[in-house]
Design a protein around this ligand. Structure first.
Ligand code: CUA
Length: 158
C-alpha cells in the first residue's frame, strides 16, 4: 500500500468518525430525532371504504403480495376520495390509470392522496414497483358508477 492510499483511508476514517459522532451528539445532546427504519404502528390492519359525506369517501387500501385490498373500490361519479395507502409486506407501487395518483405503499407508513372521479368508468390500479414473483399480476380497479342506495340508508335522497 503506498502512502497516498494510507492517507486516503486514514482521512476517510477520520471523516466517518466525525460524521457518525455528530449524529450521536445531535441525538443525545441536542434532542434531534433521527428517522427510524420502520415504525411499530399498525395503521391499517383492515382495509375499508367509508362514506364520510355526500360523494365523499375515505379509502384505506393495503397493498399485499400480490393484490390490493380492497381489490375493487366502488364509488359514484363526482366522488371525492381520500385515499390512505400502506403495505402489509414489501414496498409496492400504486398508480391509478388516467388519474394523477402515483404513490408508494410502504410497510409501517401511510401515504395519502386526494382524488376526484367525475366520469363513470373503470380506472385500473397497477403496482409499478417490482415486488416479487407475481408483481406483474398485481392490480386493482376503481369502479365509478351510480350506486343504488339501500333502503336502510334513509335520509339521503340520491
Ligand atoms: Cu406490488 Cu409490484
Amino acid at each position: 500500500m503506498d502512502s497516498k492510499e494510507k492517507i486516503a483511508i486514514g482521512g476517510s476514517l477520520v471523516l466517518m468518525t466525525i460524521f457518525f459522532g455528530a449524529v450521536v451528539l445531535a441525538t443525545t445532546s441536542f434532542g434531534v430525532k433521527v428517522p427510524d427504519c420502520i415504525t411499530d404502528r399498525k395503521p391499517f390492519e383492515e382495509s375499508a371504504i367509508i362514506r364520510i359525506g355526500p360523494n365523499h369517501y375515505e379509502v384505506h387500501s393495503i397493498a399485499r403480495m400480490w393484490y390490493f385490498d380492497p381489490f375493487m373500490i366502488e364509488v359514484p361519479p363526482g366522488s371525492e376520495v381520500d385515499l390512505y395507502l400502506t403495505s402489509a409486506d414489501v414496498v409496492h407501487g400504486f398508480q391509478i390509470e388516467n388519474k394523477n395518483v402515483n404513490l408508494m405503499a410502504i410497510p409501517g407508513q401511510v401515504n395519502y392522496a386526494k382524488v376526484k372521479f367525475e366520469k363513470e368508468g373503470e380506472y385500473r390500479i397497477v403496482c409499478h414497483e417490482y415486488c416479487g414473483i407475481n408483481h406483474q399480476t398485481m392490480a386493482g380497479v376503481v369502479k365509478v358508477q351510480r350506486i343504488v342506495e339501500s333502503a336502510a340508508e334513509e335520509g339521503s335522497n340520491q
